[in-house]
Each structure stands twice: as C-alpha cells, then as structure tokens.
Design a protein around this ligand. Structure first.
Ligand SMILES: *[C@@H]1O[C@H](CO)[C@@H](O)[C@H](O)[C@H]1NC(C)=O
Ligand SMILES: *[C@@H]1O[C@H](CO)[C@@H](O)[C@H](O)[C@H]1NC(C)=O
Ligand SMILES: *[C@@H]1O[C@H](CO)[C@@H](O)[C@H](O)[C@H]1NC(C)=O
Ligand SMILES: *[C@@H]1O[C@H](CO)[C@@H](O)[C@H](O)[C@H]1NC(C)=O
Ligand SMILES: *[C@@H]1O[C@H](CO)[C@@H](O)[C@H](O)[C@H]1NC(C)=O
Ligand SMILES: *[C@@H]1O[C@H](CO)[C@@H](O)[C@H](O)[C@H]1NC(C)=O
Ligand SMILES: *[C@@H]1O[C@H](CO)[C@@H](O)[C@H](O)[C@H]1NC(C)=O
Ligand SMILES: *[C@@H]1O[C@H](CO)[C@@H](O)[C@H](O)[C@H]1NC(C)=O
Ligand SMILES: *[C@@H]1O[C@H](CO)[C@@H](O)[C@H](O)[C@H]1NC(C)=O
Ligand SMILES: *[C@@H]1O[C@H](CO)[C@@H](O)[C@H](O)[C@H]1NC(C)=O
Ligand SMILES: [Ca+2]
Length: 536
C-alpha cells in the first residue's frame, strides 16, 4: 500500500450531465450548481453533476486505490468542480449529496451514513512518489500544503446550503496518513471549519517525516551490501520479536501490546557456526537492525524523528525500509528533489542534518502541521480523535505521541484539559491505518478512514456493530453532539477480513495513556474481558 495513495481517501468522479431525481425540487445538473457558485462570486467551474441511483456506483477519477464507497451508494447527486486558486493553479473538488441526508457534512468517504461528503485532488494528479507537479508551481504547492481543502470546505458548505436549503448542522473531517495530516493542518489553521476531526496515523511532521522515509532506506543502501538486511529476513525478525515481546506485556496472545516496554535482545538472531545463512543476521546486518529500531538523532544529539516500533517488522516489506533498491530510493526523492528544489543531483548519500535544517526552513507549502497550541479549536467546542497503529512502519507512532505531548505542554498552562477535547488511541498490532501482521491477528477495525473499503467498496461502518463503541465516526458524533467522550473504542478482527462476517477477536483500544488489560478471567477474545488501566 502506498502512503500517498491513502491520502486520496474519498471518491472524485467524472460523468455527464444526467437525469434528475423525481422527488427533489432541484435538478442534479451542471447549471444548477454553476448558478449557486456564480451567485456566490466564487471563481469555479462545475465540470459534472451526475445523478447516482440507489445502489449505484461510479468510478473515481483515475484514483486506482481510492475506490472506496464507489459501489452500493445511496441515491445521490455527485458534483465535480474545478476551483481557480492563486496564480494559474486550480484544484478539483468532489461533493456527493445524498437525497436522504443526515443533515451533516463529512470530508472523507461515508455517503452511506447519510453525510454529504467532500473530497479534493489538492491541485494535482497523484503525488505518488513523483513530485514533478510541484516544479515551478509554488501556488500548487500551497494548495497541496493546506489551501485546497480549506477551499474545498468553504465550497462544500456553500453547495450543501444551496442544494438542501439549509446549512449542515455538524461538520466532520476524517483522514488517515497524509489525510490525517490534512485534517490536523485544517484544525490548526481554520479551527472554525469543523466540529469534529479524526486523524489516523497522521504524517503531520512533513519535513522530518519525508526525510526520515529516505533515511530508512539509506540504512539499507546500496542494495545487496553486506549490511543490507534482505527482504526475506524480515519475517524471521518479526517472528523473533513476537516471540520475545508478546509475553513481556503480561499475556501470551500473539499480540505485542506494550512494544515500548519490551526489552528485545537481537543477538538471538546472530549467525553462528551452525546456523544456515538465510536464517540469521551478520553483525553488520544487526547494526542495520539496531538503526531501524532506534530514533534518528543527528548532529549535536538533535532528535530528528522517532523510530519504528517493535512489532512493525512484518510490514517492513511494504514500507520504506527500503530494501536499498534503486526503485525504492527513487520513490523517496520527490520531497527533497522536487518539493525542496534540490534537483536530480541530490542523492541518498547527500542526506544529512543540513538537509533537515533546510527542510525546516523551507517547509514547502507550509505543509507541516506543527502548531501545538490548538486552544482556538478547543474554545470553539471542537473535538479531536487521533489514533495510531503500533505496528506502523510508514509513520512512527512516536510522532503521534510527540504531537500529543507537545500539545499537552502548550495547553495545560492555559487550563485546558486534554481529555475534554483531544484523545489519542494507540492500537496494538495495527499497521499503517489498517490491517495487522498475520502472526499477530490483532483487532484493528473500527471504521476509521480507509478501513471499510478494505472489506469492499460498498461497506461502511462496522458490519454487525454499527454503534458508537465499535465505529469511530459514530463515537465522534456522540462526543460532538451529545458530549459523550469515548474512553475506549472496541476494535474488531474478523476471521476473514474480506468477508467480515465472523469475529475472531474484539478488544478495547484505550485512550492514551491508558492501556487495555485482560481481567484475568473470561474469553480473551471478548472485549468485555478487558479493562482500561493507567500505564504509569
Ligand atoms: C459565499 O458562500 C460563503 C459560504 O457559504 C458565504 O459565507 C458567503 O457569504 C457567500 N458570499 C456571497 C456573496 O454569497
Ligand atoms: C483519467 O485518465 C485518462 C487517461 O489517462 C485521461 O484521458 C483523463 O483525462 C483522466 N481524467 C481526469 C478527470 O483526470
Ligand atoms: C478565474 O480563474 C481563471 C483561471 O482558472 C482565470 O483565468 C480568471 O481570470 C479568473 N477570473 C476571475 C474573475 O478571477
Ligand atoms: C503558470 O504555470 C506555468 C507552468 O504550467 C508556469 O511556468 C508559470 O510560471 C505559471 N504562472 C504563474 C503566474 O504562476
Ligand atoms: C542503482 O542501480 C545501479 C545500476 O543498476 C547501480 O550501479 C547502483 O549502485 C544502484 N544504486 C543503489 C542505491 O542501489
Ligand atoms: C545458532 O543460531 C541458530 C539460529 O540461526 C540458533 O537457533 C542456535 O541456537 C544458535 N546456536 C548457538 C550455539 O548459539
Ligand atoms: C553543534 O554544536 C556546536 C558547538 O556548540 C555548534 O558550534 C554548532 O553550530 C552546532 N551544530 C548545529 C548543526 O547546530
Ligand atoms: C503555517 O501553518 C501554521 C499552522 O500549522 C500557521 O499557524 C501559520 O500561520 C502558517 N503560516 C503561513 C505563512 O501560512
Ligand atoms: C445522542 O443521544 C440520544 C439519546 O440517547 C441518541 O438517540 C442519539 O442517537 C445520540 N446522538 C449521537 C450522534 O450519538
Ligand atoms: C474470505 O472471504 C472472501 C469474500 O467472501 C472469500 O472470497 C475468500 O475466499 C475468503 N477467504 C478464506 C480464506 O476463506
Ligand atoms: Ca501479548
């Protein structure tokens, strides 16, 4: 799975001017929406307005992996608008307006709940490891950095107001990975935009995040060196980590629930006279493993970025650990080369602390979401749910803890209690945004952004458990609209994650710094046998 594709969570779509629904007084047509926009004085062009019948589907606009929610839609009108931005830049906005509306807006996929939903291409076609769209187009970089989704939000509210004849009562934003960054950036810069924000595994520290992804590959590069850990050894390492760290959390259940508390001894993997060559690590490879498991600390002992946690090894193959292969290293170049403007002469061998300092200075598009004083959002009554999988190898869970702690330091002196508006959930055994290593089978599903689409594109919420304890979107709504704060979210692991019919395990995910503890009796796979306890 690709980090950048995940950003494109929601559906954008093409289509022709189409039939109108018989039971609405407005016509789902280009001219209807162009009229709304012209009356508002917004410089935007409606490209399409498409009537979607009940159970209808449509293909999102060239987003191969963003096929979420494109099938089994409720009867809706789907609109695509091109918005003129600064200079000669522009971005596309998608709005899906269901005829049976729940009175609310959601940035992200989820029309099946009844939300009017928003999406945007952020001003360029695909960012996947290619940054050429940014070269010589500084305004497009700003659109990508923060401007496009604020503009999308303003336009979305306008169209909703005009189409339904009343404004949305509540506005929500949910996204994972770069979508998580977007939602946090929006919260920081435009605290009035949304009432509730869900950020999963947010890649919020853009400058350090992108260079860390390259840093990971440099540990392995050049390919097939003596110090390169071969891909096929990742499972071997993963198995040894589970063997040692699973019991250390107090319960042998195949899940590493407290990776930070695990005292891992890598020397059990060391080659000796009798071990087969592909079943052990040389001392050079063990040094690489050490680097991968530790923070990036640079010149003058300066902390740059947190490390991947124990229990993430099974997904290194999918991530940036790079494998030292040309292709993978190339994929990490878009940020320093195209966004920072260092050009093709920059290679992985040039990455040093000065690159980090330059990135911090440039901060292209002001994309980094590092404003920690989010008191304005708290004051306007906003709620923030933030989560991160402990087995994530794309974005370190440390980045989420770092943000939470920094925000806490900024807000506590102002008399703001974190628990009153901002809760962080660390999910044992969950990889980047979704899924779990086969060896762990950890519960990970709670209807977070991108999760339902992994079952199939017509799924939403948590099948069989469509309630605020098992579905983070409903939990957010209950918090914003009823004041019911979630102490935990129950995560689900199905026997078969594709069919999502039979539950294998359910377990509460507790809000930081609480941790789920087995009560000592009852079925370990039943959430009722667990309680949230303070870690410290
Ligand atoms: C345009 O729409 C925005 C958002 O709904 C609204 O605040 C603004 O007043 C509108 N402007 C005009 C000229 O209608
Ligand atoms: C989608 O891709 C096709 C083929 O590359 C292209 O012709 C089309 O213009 C694209 N559509 C949009 C909306 O970008
Ligand atoms: C609207 O945007 C287009 C480019 O997309 C530009 O050519 C035009 O001048 C703009 N019009 C106004 C009134 O700003
Ligand atoms: C418009 O875009 C082109 C590249 O497509 C770029 O060369 C030019 O500088 C841009 N103009 C402005 C005013 O941003
Ligand atoms: C990339 O590939 C070329 C030739 O295929 C090789 O010479 C070079 O060392 C490789 N670079 C890395 C970083 O693996
Ligand atoms: C040699 O290494 C293998 C793993 O490669 C391990 O199972 C074995 O216990 C080691 N033997 C000794 C004597 O350490
Ligand atoms: C590291 O510390 C030395 C001595 O205090 C200082 O001169 C130097 O500028 C520092 N380097 C960086 C990159 O901050
Ligand atoms: C950059 O973003 C931060 C929030 O992350 C905001 O406080 C700041 O005003 C922004 N700066 C500019 C120049 O837009
Ligand atoms: C708020 O509470 C009422 C009464 O329990 C319930 O019917 C409603 O569904 C709740 N709303 C949300 C958004 O959770
Ligand atoms: C899981 O469910 C899917 C969809 O129902 C099915 O195609 C697949 O065969 C199932 N896998 C297993 C291992 O049963
Ligand atoms: Ca365990």
């Amino acid at each position: 799975m690709n980090l950048w594709k995940i950003a494109a969570i929601a559906a954008l779509f093409g289509g022709s001017e189409a039939a109108s629904a018989s039971h609405t007084h407005r016509t789902c047509s280009v001219s209807t929406f162009q009229r709304f926009i012209n009356a508002n004085g917004t410089n935007a062009t409606v490209q399409s307005a498409t009537y979607i019948p009940k159970h209808g589907s449509f293909n999102p606009m060239n987003y191969t992996s963003a096929s979420e929610y494109t099938t089994n839609l409720p009867e809706s009108c789907a609109v695509q608008v091109n918005v003129a931005s600064e200079g000669n830049s522009s971005y596309l906005v998608g709005v899906i307006l269901p005829y049976e509306w729940n009175g609310r807006m959601l940035y992200g996929a989820g029309t099946q709940y009844g939300f009017a939903t928003l999406s945007s291409n952020l001003g360029h076609v695909g960012i996947d490891t290619v940054g050429t769209w940014a070269i010589g187009r500084p305004e497009s970089v700003v659109d990508w950095g923060y401007r496009a989704w604020h503009g999308t939000t303003v336009l979305g509210k306008l169209l909703i107001n005009q189409w339904y004849g009343s404004p949305s009562e509540y506005n929500y934003f949910y996204g994972c990975s770069t979508g998580g960054r977007q939602s946090m950036k929006n919260l920081q810069m435009y605290p009035e935009d949304y009432d509730g924000i869900i950020a999963g595994a947010p890649a919020w520290w853009t400058t350090h995040q992108q260079l860390w992804n390259l840093k990971q590959t440099t540990y392995q590069a050049p390919a097939d060196s003596a110090h390169t850990i071969p891909e096929k050894a990742f499972d071997l390492i993963a198995a040894e980590v589970i063997k040692q760290c699973d019991p250390q959390d107090g319960l042998v259940d195949s899940i590493i629930s407290n990776p930070q508390g695990c005292n891992f001894n890598p020397t059990t993997l060391a080659c000796n006279a009798t071990s087969a060559a592909d079943e052990c690590l040389t001392s050079q490879q063990l040094s690489t493993l050490y680097k991968l498991h530790h923070d990036w600390v640079d010149t003058n002992q300066t902390f740059v970025y947190g490390h991947m946690w124990l229990g993430s090894e099974a997904s290194w193959l999918l991530g940036n650990v790079g494998l030292g292969k040309n292709t993978t290293i190339e994929q990490q170049y878009w940020y320093p080369r195209d966004l920072m403007g260092l050009g093709d002469v920059f290679t992985w061998e040039d990455l040093d602390y000065e690159t980090v300092q330059l990135a911090d200075k440039l901060n292209p598009g002001n994309a980094t979401a590092d404003k920690f004083d989010i008191s304005e959002f708290e004051k306007r009554g906003g709620k923030f749910l933030h989560y991160h999988g402990m087995s994530d190898s794309y974005v370190s869970p440390d980045a989420s803890i770092y943000y939470y702690d920094q925000a806490s330091s900024a807000l506590k002196p102002q008399g703001i209690e974190m628990d009153d508006f901002y809760r962080l959930f660390l999910v044992p055994g969950m990889e980047h945004c979704l899924s779990t290593p086969d060896q762990m089978d950890a519960p990970w599903y709670f209807a977070g952004p991108d999760q339902a689409a992994t079952i199939n594109t017509g799924t939403y919420s948590t099948p069989g458990y469509r309630d605020a304890r098992h579905d983070i979107v409903l939990a957010m709504m209950a918090w914003v609209e009823n004041g019911t704060a979630p102490d935990d979210i129950i995560a689900t692991k199905w026997k078969n994650d594709t069919s999502a019919e039979e539950v294998l395990r359910q377990r509460p995910i507790c809000h930081y710094p609480y941790q789920a503890k087995y009560n000592g009796k009852g079925d370990q796979n039943d959430a009722a046998s667990w309680s949230c306890e303070l870690l410290y």
